[in-house]
Ligand binder design. Sequence first.
Ligand code: ATP
Length: 309
Amino acid sequence: VFQLSVPLNFLGSVYRELRQSLLDMETLFNLQKVNVSIKEAPNAKPLQLVHGGQIRFDNVSFGYNKDRPILQNLSLTIPAGKKVAIVGPSGCGKSTLLRLLFRSYDVDSGRILIDDQEIKDVTLDSLRRSIGVVPQDTPLFNDTVGHNIKYGNMAASESEVISAAQRARIHDIIASWPEGYDTKVGERGMMISGGEKQRLAVSRLLLKDPPLLFFDEATSALDTHTEQALMQNINSILKEKARTSVFVAHRLRTIYDADLIIVLKGGSVAEMGTHQELIDRGGLYSELWSAQETLFSADEDKKVIVGDN
Ligand code: ATP
């Protein structure tokens, strides 16, 4: 029995390894949002960011199913080098807009252009290399935390990895772990919190340093204080490098300083402008803002009460 159990155990572990590597492949595919139905144009040219990364949606309509349109005749411009926020009710198509830009899906009609080049005419590789996304839920590889950050740029040095983690405000936490950057994370590794995962995703993005940056609810799992500190770091990097960035956010406090806020509703633009313009307008944004501010002050009051006890 003993003799037999050794090879069986061995086979068991081979099986587990194999199964795990298949899971890793799956994660990788999800991460890269590989969609086989997206085809590169036969004479596709590399995307050239000649105007600093201006993004334009021109009369775009799209639905995951033909009978249920999500975006309808959407036209908007995201200026080069600016911070733009996309807000609106849940399910209005904010994440969809980012997926279309990354060409995870193709539009049903209309055009998406980056610096006047239609994205369906440029090589997929050049498009996706120009874009960095912090998605709502970032998959982690079964690997060390250092490698998980490095996935953003495999050629990065150790000090570049650390600097990205510092800017994403996760370095001190990693440094406090017994194995530091060699700590294994992912399904087989250490359990880490949603907020830590989000900051790893931000580190990965900062290391990739792409010309166009998309953040999809990238700080939603963080407490207000950490979120504000991280946003400050991100904002200063974006400003310094004049990067085009798009933030999808529910918590309006994280985006009220955006150069442009676009409010989506029912698959098209309900209103757009700066925070002050939208507040003065007294429309949907100002309603959302007032509702959140009421909640926020109620929370702050509670904290004061707890603090006094
Ligand atoms: P939230 O603020 O809740 O994240 P959102 O504005 O980002 O929402 P999307 O994720 O873009 O909304 O989704 C828009 C609509 O498309 C939703 O009704 C959603 O259920 C639907 N949808 C999203 N992904 C798919 C998919 N892969 N297949 C079919 N429908 C989808």
